[in-house]
Design a protein around this ligand. Structure first.
Ligand code: MIC
Ligand code: SF4
Length: 656
């Protein structure tokens, strides 16, 4: 039986465990990336590990999230990140150079290599044939130190593409179709591997739009083969020498095969407030649109922006519709300027902003109250745009441009009726390459002084768990609670380096009293518990969604199911990730209930299920503790940092 592409890369990087779906394995990480909103904490943790220089083939630190610089906090973070990168052997992509995933694809991605990034959209680089995985900052810090990255060996699903996209239908519509089929729930522990004859019809940036939003599906990663199109893209980036061909064996085995005929797809749109609330654009046509936002790591390539510019050429956006455009990278920005397309965007009244995450993370450009915003990014979670009651839709650049022109949700195919021709845009044969905004590590690291501004605090220490936990359910939440619900971004983002402050916003959108109540309970020596339904911790990789609850004295999350990255982050910060063995028990537990867990050390060490006594209701609940022996040790040490410190010789070995 042949091997999938995923399997081949896992096999060549296997550092611990056996390749069998569901088993924990450790893999060697070739490259890492961080961004500033998760990076500051990751490098503080890396510094705390006491390793002088990264032991990866390549590590890059990007600045793209926290760019507003309202107050000193963002700039202090950037300064810290620049210095710490130079000191420890990390390349530093300066503010202004673009969004991490886009720049990494352009300048660093290499087929067949592994990439671990402290951002959930790291799988964007799966479009170039990398096994690219998102993780919490602490996992990335350990990988920078040369430690393997541990994950559940995935089940591989083949998405077999046939046919060719029709005019006005693009890569975003493919991934929205995948989201419609698989939804955002229940895909933990899987990899989406794309194959079939349709692959060759898609360019690398198009493939990356598709792998990018695998994050919303909740899979470990998504990957495309490396073929002639990959070679062309890399050659156009002046990196043809890094190219290698890669493909699955013809007789590779897959857990499941999903067939998509590209030629049957239509323009799709995700309606509020979940990326899987997908419908055809035509079925939403006519809804008034107050804002259109084009950019983000999903759709901000040269092709995307040139397509939009050509559609807007000579027109002005609809009178009631504001258009914002954020080019994905300095390369894209400079090229659309050089080629004249920026003129079309400016002429159309687009508010062109810097190459950064911007509106996607709610950093500016909040829509009006109750307003409809059509965006090309990947997440439309409630409140993420910065406006609590905004209605955010996700669509392709073609659809977004059509909405900007007409002021209503419009199927882009309708543009032909307005005399607008489909712009057929190719990936350029040669990109503009200028890496001067990427600073290499310092030749004399000893001379680099690392300055930490007043907002940059050391990561709070986590404690080993006591043998008995007694405390209250501080919040009970429903399905699909995202990390944006737990640790909001937007205007709160600037406190990422100050855990005590950032913790005051935990669950702000659901229950702003949560942090204060938790602190009071914690200070009385009692434990805090979170109860949740399915898919708890969807979305971002931000470890703050575990770190801040830990700081507030949360000791366990009891849920119907927990998403992969968040599950790992909870363990990394010493919080017990428990799942109901009988999901009906979710209804038998209420906020304020007093829970007791006894004989905890022994149970963490070896139990598969653990009994929780609900003292308020005089009942017992069974919870599963699905953990590897390594994860059990981490929990008993009170978190990954403590565990890594005590197992440093192993790290040294791995890096040797
Ligand atoms: C996001 O899209 O939510 C982010 C901001 O990029 C996060 C990382 C973060 O919270 O800093 C992600 O996707 O992991
Ligand atoms: Fe940035 Fe948005 Fe991409 Fe996250 S999803 S990395 S915030 S552009």
């Amino acid at each position: 039986m042949g091997k999938s592409l995923t399997w081949k890369i896992l096999e060549s990087h296997l550092a611990a465990g056996k390749l069998a779906a569901g088993q924990e394995i450790g893999i060697r990480i070739d490259q890492t990336l961080t961004q500033d909103a998760t990076g500051t904490m990751a490098y503080l943790q890396f510094e705390a590990m006491g390793i002088p220089r990264v032991r990866t083939e390549l590590s890059v630190s990007y600045v793209d999230h926290n760019m507003l610089q309202e107050g000193f906090e963002n700039a202090d973070d950037h300064r810290y990140l620049a210095a710490v990168a130079q000191k420890h052997g990390v390349y530093f992509s300066r503010a202004g150079n673009g969004i991490c995933h886009q720049v990494h694809l352009e300048r660093f991605g290499v087929p067949g290599k592994t990439l671990l990034g402290s951002d959930s959209h790291t799988p964007t680089n799966g479009g170039i044939g990398m096994l690219a995985i998102g993780a919490g900052g602490l996992d990335v810090a350990v990988a920078m130190g040369g430690g393997p990255f541990y994950l559940a060996c995935p089940q591989v699903v083949l998405v077999r593409l046939s046919g060719q996209l029709r005019r006005w239908v693009s890569a975003k519509d493919v991934i929205l179709k995948v989201l419609q089929i698989l939804t955002t729930k229940g895909n933990v522990g899987k990899v989406l591997e794309y194959g079939g004859p349709g692959v060759a019809t898609l360019s690398v940036p198009e493939r990356s739009t598709i792998t990018n939003m695998g994050a919303e599906v909740g899979v470990t990663t998504s990957i495309f083969p490396s073929d002639e199109r990959t070679r062309q893209f890399m050659a156009a980036q002046g990196r043809g020498g890094d190219w290698t061909p890669l493909a699955a064996d013809d007789d590779a085995a897959y857990e499941r095969v999903i067939e998509i005929d590209l030629s049957t797809l239509e323009p799709m749109i995700a309606r509020p407030h979940s990326p899987d609330n997908v419908a055809t654009v035509a079925s939403c046509a006519g809804t008034k649109v107050q804002q259109v936002a084009i950019g983000s790591c999903t759709n901000s390539s040269y092709k995307d922006l040139v397509t939009v510019a050509r559609l807007l050429h000579g027109r002005v956006t609809a009178a009631d519709t504001s258009l914002v455009v954020a080019p994905g990278s300095r390369q894209v920005f400079e090229m659309i300027a050089r080629d004249g397309y920026l003129t079309d965007l400016i002429g159309a009244g687009a508010r062109v902003v810097e190459s950064a995450c911007g509106f996607c993370i709610g950093a500016g450009q909040a829509p009006p109250s109750g307003g409809v915003s059509v965006r090309t990014n990947n997440r439309n979670f409630e409140g993420r745009s910065g406006t609590r009651d905004a209605q955010v839709y996700l669509a392709s650049p073609e659809t977004a441009a059509a909405c900007a022109i007409t002021g209503t949700i419009t199927d882009p195919r309708e543009l032909e009726k307005l005399g607008i021709q489909f712009p057929s845009v190719d990936v350029p044969g040669k990109f503009l390459v200028d890496d001067r905004m990427i600073l290499p590590p310092a030749d004399h690291p000893d001379l680099i002084e690392v300055v930490r501004g007043p907002n940059i605090g050391p990561p709070p220490a986590s404690e080993p768990p006591p043998d008995r936990l007694l405390g209250e359910v501080m919040i009970k939440v429903g399905d699909k609670i995202t990390t944006d619900h737990i640790s909001p971004a937007g205007s709160r983002l600037k406190f990422r380096s100050n855990v005590a402050k950032y913790a005051t916003f935990v669950f702000e959108i659901l229950d702003p009293t949560f942090p204060k109540r938790c602190e009071a309970n914690r200070d009385r020596g009692r434990a805090n518990f979170i109860v949740a339904a399915d898919s708890y911790g969807q979305g971002s990789s931000r470890e703050h969604a575990a770190l801040c609850p830990m700081y507030l004295g949360v000791r366990a999350v009891l849920a119907k199911s927990i998403e992969r990255i968040h599950h790992a982050n909870l363990i990394n910060f010493g919080i017990l990730p428990l799942t109901f063995t009988d999901p009906a028990d979710y209804d038998r537990i209420q906020p304020g209930d007093e829970l007791e867990l006894t004989d905890l050390h022994r149970q963490i060490e070896s139990a598969q299920t653990l009994t929780i006594r609900n003292a308020t209701r005089g009942a017992s609940i069974q919870a599963a503790l699905k953990l590897s022996s390594r994860q059990r040790k981490i929990l008993l040490s009170g978190g990954l940092l403590n565990y890594t410190r005590s197992s440093a010789p192993h790290l040294t070995e791995a890096g040797a």
